[in-house]
Design a protein around this ligand. Structure first.
Ligand SMILES: [Zn+2]
Length: 345
C-alpha cells in the first residue's frame, strides 16, 4: 500500500460496528489488568506479553481470549477495560463504535448485573467526554453457552438495560448452534426497541444468513461471509439495504476464508451490498481497524475517495441518530476535501 494511503487511513474519521469488548483488550490493557491480579498466569513483562499475544492460530486465539476473560473479575476491571478500549479507538480516529459486550460472561462469573452495567456506562460517559469516542452497546448471546445464556442476556438487556444499549446480538460458534432457537429472545429484545444484529454465515453456509433474516429479523449481518455463495441472498441483502459487517483478517485467522485474495468482499460490493469494514477481535488477530481499511483498499482497489465512501457506509449502517450520522458523514467529507486540496491529483 502506498505510504500516502496509509497516512490517509490513519487520519480518516471512522465508525466501527463489529468489534468485541473482551476481544479488544490490547497487550497494554492486559498488562494493566494483570497488574491488578498478580495471581493470573498471564505474563506481566511487556516482552513476554507481546509474545503471548502474537497470533499463531485459532487455538492460540481461544487461549488468549480465555486468559483475558479470567482477568475480568470485578466491576473496576470492566470499567478499566472499556475505557482503555476507547482510548485505543481514539488513536485510530474512530469516532463512533458499537461495541459487542457479553454481559453473560461477567455476570455468570460473579460480577453483579447492575454493577456490570454501571461500569460500562461510566466508561462510556467518560470516553465520550475525555476522548471524543461515542460508544454504544450490542449485548450478545454467547451461542455456545446455550439457551440459559440467551434467557439471561435478554433479561439483562431488556429488564435492566442501560442508556448506551442499542442492539441485541448472537456470537460464538455457528456449527451445532442453529439460529432459529434464539427467536423468542430476539423477539423480546426487538419488542423492547433493540436492533437485531446476529453473527451469521461466518463459518456456515448462506442458509444461516436466511435464518438470521427470517427468524431473528436481522437488520445487519455479522460477517455474512458465505452470503457470496448465494446470488439470491446477495440480491436480497442489497435490495433491502441490510448491511454486512465484514472483518477480513478475522475470517483468515479463523479459517472461514482460506486467503485474503479469496475473500468474497468484492462479490458483495459488486452485488450492490452495503459493506462495512470491521476488526472483530483486533489485538488477538494481530490487526486494528486501520489495518482492515488497508486490506479493503487492496482487495477492492480503492483510492482515498473509495476509502472515504467505505467509512461513510459504516455511518449509514450504524444505529446513530440522524443528526449524529449527518455530523460524522460531514466530518469524513471535510477530511477527504482537505486531503485532496493539499495533494492535487
Ligand atoms: Zn464477531
Amino acid at each position: 500500500m502506498p505510504e500516502s494511503l496509509e497516512t490517509f487511513i490513519a487520519g480518516l474519521p471512522k465508525a466501527e460496528l463489529h468489534v468485541h469488548h473482551v476481544g479488544s483488550a490490547s497487550p497494554r490493557i492486559v498488562a494493566e489488568l494483570a497488574a491488578r491480579h498478580p495471581d493470573s498466569p498471564v505474563p506481566k513483562d511487556p516482552g513476554a506479553l507481546a509474545d503471548f499475544f502474537s497470533f499463531r492460530d485459532f487455538g492460540h486465539f481461544i487461549e488468549v481470549y480465555l486468559a483475558v476473560v479470567d482477568l475480568i473479575r470485578d466491576a473496576e476491571d470492566v470499567r478499566l477495560l472499556t475505557y482503555e478500549v476507547a482510548r485505543d479507538m481514539a488513536r485510530q480516529q474512530i469516532r463512533y463504535a458499537e461495541l459487542t459486550v457479553t454481559p453473560y460472561s461477567s455476570v455468570s462469573r460473579g460480577i453483579p448485573d447492575r454493577a456490570f452495567l454501571e461500569a460500562i456506562e461510566d466508561a462510556r460517559v467518560s470516553a465520550e467526554r475525555d476522548l471524543g469516542v461515542v460508544l454504544r452497546w450490542c449485548f450478545d448471546i454467547p451461542g455456545e453457552a446455550g439457551l440459559a445464556s440467551a434467557e439471561e442476556t435478554a433479561r439483562i438487556a431488556v429488564d435492566l438495560g442501560c442508556e448506551g444499549l442499542v442492539s441485541f446480538g448472537l456470537g460464538g460458534p455457528e456449527i451445532g448452534v442453529p439460529r432459529p432457537q434464539f427467536k423468542p429472545y430476539f423477539d423480546k429484545a426487538i419488542a423492547a426497541g433493540l436492533h437485531s444484529v446476529p453473527h451469521a454465515g461466518e463459518t456456515t453456509g448462506p442458509e444461516t444468513v436466511w435464518d438470521a433474516l427470517k427468524d431473528l429479523r436481522a437488520e445487519r449481518i455479522g460477517h455474512g461471509t458465505s452470503s457470496a455463495q448465494d446470488p439470491a441472498l446477495l440480491a436480497h441483502l442489497a435490495e433491502h439495504r441490510i448491511p454486512l459487517e465484514v472483518c477480513p483478517t478475522s475470517n483468515i485467522a479463523t479459517r472461514a476464508v482460506a486467503t485474503l485474495d479469496e475473500h468474497p468482499i468484492g462479490a458483495m460490493v459488486e452485488a450492490g451490498c452495503l459493506v462495512t469494514i470491521n476488526s472483530d477481535d483486533p489485538p488477538m488477530f494481530g490487526t486494528d481497524l486501520n489495518t482492515e481499511y488497508g486490506v479493503a483498499a487492496r482487495l477492492l482497489d480503492l483510492d482515498e475517495g473509495g476509502l472515504a465512501a467505505l467509512a461513510k457506509n459504516a455511518v449509514e449502517a450504524s444505529f446513530l441518530d440522524a443528526s449524529g450520522k449527518t455530523r460524522l458523514a460531514a466530518e469524513i467529507d471535510a477530511y477527504l476535501s482537505a486531503w485532496q486540496e493539499q495533494r492535487p491529483q
